[in-house]
Design a protein around this ligand. Structure first.
Ligand SMILES: NC(=O)c1ccc[n+]([C@@H]2O[C@H](COP(=O)([O-])OP(=O)(O)OC[C@H]3O[C@@H](n4cnc5c(N)ncnc54)[C@H](OP(=O)(O)O)[C@@H]3O)[C@@H](O)[C@H]2O)c1
Length: 305
C-alpha cells in the first residue's frame, strides 16, 4: 500500500550569507526547532563555512556567492559584518537566476535598517532587520541561553510577520522598533554589553597591577559585579549606587586618581568619565551638600584630559 501523501506545506529553505557567530547560532536554533531547512552556506573562507556546517548540522557549503542560486530558498539571512550587508545585497541582486518574488531577506544588525536590503526589495523580496539583544560570543552557549532574548524588528509587514513567528518559536521575545531610533537603541545595547566587558577588563588590569592573581581577581569581581548589576536592575541605578561618590569621600577619590595616574594612566579617563556620570546619580540621590558635589566635579574635570 502506498504511503498517504503529506498535506503539510514544505518548510521554508534558508540560504545564509555570513555564517559567523550569530548566523550559525540562529540557523541551528531555527533548524533544530524544525522551522526551516538549510540551503547554501556562504562565507568568503570555505573553511569557515565548513565549520558553520558542522555546527548547524545540515546545509551545503557554497564556495562562491553565485552558487547560492543552486539552492532555491524563500528565506535569506545576511549575517555578515554590518559594513558588508549592502554590498552582499547588491551581489545577490546581480544574480540572474534567482526569483526574489515571495522571498524574505533579513539581516541582524542593531544599527543598520532593512533599507540596506533595498536592491532585493526592488526585485520583489520582502525585507526586514531583526536584532537579537544577545551576545553571541559563544555559539554553543547561545543555543541554551537564547530563549527570552528580546528581538527588535523593522521592515516590510509580510517579512515582520514571518520573522515574528520564527523568532517567537525559538523563544525570542519579539518587538517592533522604529528604523530612525536604531542608532540610539544600538548604542545603548553596546554600552550595556560590550562596555560591561570592557569595565571588567579595566578592573582586572588594576588588580593585576596590585599583584592580585587571576583567580583571586575573579573571586573579588564576580560577586561584586553581579550584585551591583542585580541591585541596579532591581531597585534602579539611583538606589543601587553606593561607594565613595555616593558618600562624598573626596580624599578617597583623590587617592584613586593619584594611584591610577601613577600605575595605569591609560585608565584615568575611564575613571573620570564614569565618575562624572556617577556624580549625576549622587546629585539626584539628594543627600550630599552642594559643596561636596562641586569639589568632586572639580576633581574629575581636572584629570579628564
Ligand atoms: N555577535 C553578536 O553578539 C551580535 C549580536 C546581535 C547582532 N549581531 C549582528 O550580526 C551580524 C553578524 O555578526 P557576527 O558577530 O556573527 O559576526 P562574525 O562572527 O564576524 O561573522 C560574520 C560572518 O560573515 C562572513 N563575511 C564577512 N564578510 C563577508 C562577505 N563580504 N560576504 C560573505 N560573508 C562575509 C564572515 O566569514 P568570512 O570572513 O569567511 O567571509 C563571518 O563568518 C552583524 O550584523 C552584527 O551586527 C551580532
Amino acid at each position: 500500500m502506498s504511503e498517504p501523501e503529506s498535506t503539510l506545506p514544505p518548510l521554508p529553505c534558508m540560504n545564509i550569507v555570513g555564517a559567523g557567530k550569530l548566523g550559525r547560532t540562529l540557523a541551528r536554533l531555527l533548524s533544530d526547532a524544525g522551522l526551516i531547512t538549510i540551503g547554501g552556506i556562504y562565507n568568503r573562507d570555505a573553511e569557515n563555512s565548513r565549520s558553520a556546517l558542522a555546527f548547524i548540522g545540515t546545509g551545503h557549503v557554497v564556495n562562491n556567492i553565485e552558487h547560492l542560486s543552486d539552492h532555491p530558498a524563500s528565506l535569506w539571512m545576511l549575517a555578515t559584518p554590518d559594513a558588508a550587508i549592502h554590498n552582499c545585497a547588491l551581489q545577490l541582486a546581480a544574480l540572474a537566476d534567482i526569483n526574489w518574488q515571495n522571498s524574505l531577506v533579513f539581516h541582524s544588525s542593531g544599527l543598520k535598517t532593512s533599507a540596506e536590503l533595498a536592491p532585493l526589495q526592488k526585485l520583489g523580496s520582502a525585507i526586514a532587520s531583526v536584532h537579537p539583544a544577545h551576545s553571541f560570543a559563544s555559539p554553543e552557549r547561545s543555543l541554551s541561553s537564547f530563549a527570552s532574548t528580546v528581538c527588535t524588528l523593522e521592515g516590510d509587514t509580510p517579512a515582520i510577520d514571518q520573522l515574528n513567528m520564527l523568532f517567537s518559536a525559538i523563544g525570542g521575545q519579539t518587538t517592533l522598533i522604529e528604523a530612525a531610533v536604531k542608532p540610539l537603541y544600538h548604542a545603548a545595547t553596546v554600552m550595556a554589553s560590550n562596555y560591561l566587558v570592557t569595565l571588567l577588563s579595566s578592573s582586572q588590569a588594576l588588580l593585576t597591577r596590585a599583584g592580585i592573581d587571576e583567580s583571586l581577581a575573579s573571586a573579588i569581581l564576580s560577586p561584586l559585579m553581579q550584585q551591583s548589576l542585580q541591585n541596579g536592575l532591581e531597585v534602579g541605578p539611583l538606589k543601587a549606587l553606593t561607594g565613595p561618590i555616593a558618600r562624598g569621600d573626596i580624599d578617597t577619590l583623590q587617592a584613586h586618581l593619584d594611584t591610577i595616574e601613577q600605575y595605569q594612566p591609560g585608565l584615568l579617563r575611564t575613571y573620570t568619565s564614569l565618575g562624572l556620570q556617577a556624580l549625576k546619580l549622587a546629585r539626584q540621590q539628594g543627600s550630599l551638600e552642594q559643596q561636596k558635589l562641586s569639589a568632586m566635579a572639580q576633581l574629575f574635570n581636572a584629570k579628564k584630559t
